[in-house]
Design a protein around this ligand. Sequence first.
Ligand code: FMN
Length: 182
Amino acid sequence: MQASELLLTRQSYNKLVEPAPTHSELELILNSAMAVPDHGSLMPWQFIVFQEKARNDLGEIFAEAAEIDKADEVKIHKAVNMPLRAPLIIAVIAKIKADCKIPAQEQLITAGCCVHSMQMMAVSLGYQGIWRSGEYAYHPHVHKQLKLESQDEIVGFLYLGSAKDSIEPKQRQSYQTHTIFW
Ligand SMILES: Cc1cc2nc3c(=O)[nH]c(=O)nc-3n(C[C@H](O)[C@H](O)[C@H](O)COP(=O)(O)O)c2cc1C
């Protein structure tokens, strides 16, 4: 697939099943994130990979967060199963460096670029995915259990796998209404 086609047809897909990317494909995916634009070369990111049983650990952490919030049984059950919606999940953490001449906003953006690059690399390898955040990305218990530091942000959980069904291409609007030629 041409890079231009990849970018013009990109879309998310959430019915993700086995097979997941192989180990060598996962390395390509992770390395694509290491090539994002990065002001000051801070590399203000960390990736946590959840596969196989590790997804259950993440589900337990989500469920504990829901319990802390006194959620009902339905919501707790939903939380525990969330990470089972794909065979591979990559949590992307923005490790914001405080007291740095590069603004925190730029560090957050660069971590976001990591998610996008990894999703696109996965698609280029024949997989599909979706970038999710959700309330647990912001939950203090999740941050604590994932051993994040106080200034860290979870930019997203990138769910990756193979498409369960055929994919309906999305129609996109043209750029005109969002663009001014000065
Ligand atoms: C920071 C961020 C967080 C997101 N969180 C969620 C989420 O929790 N759940 C969800 O369904 N989509 C979420 N999305 C949106 C999807 O990734 C996706 O972009 C959206 O469903 C539109 O589909 P498309 O990418 O095919 O246009 C998020 C996107 C971004 C950029």
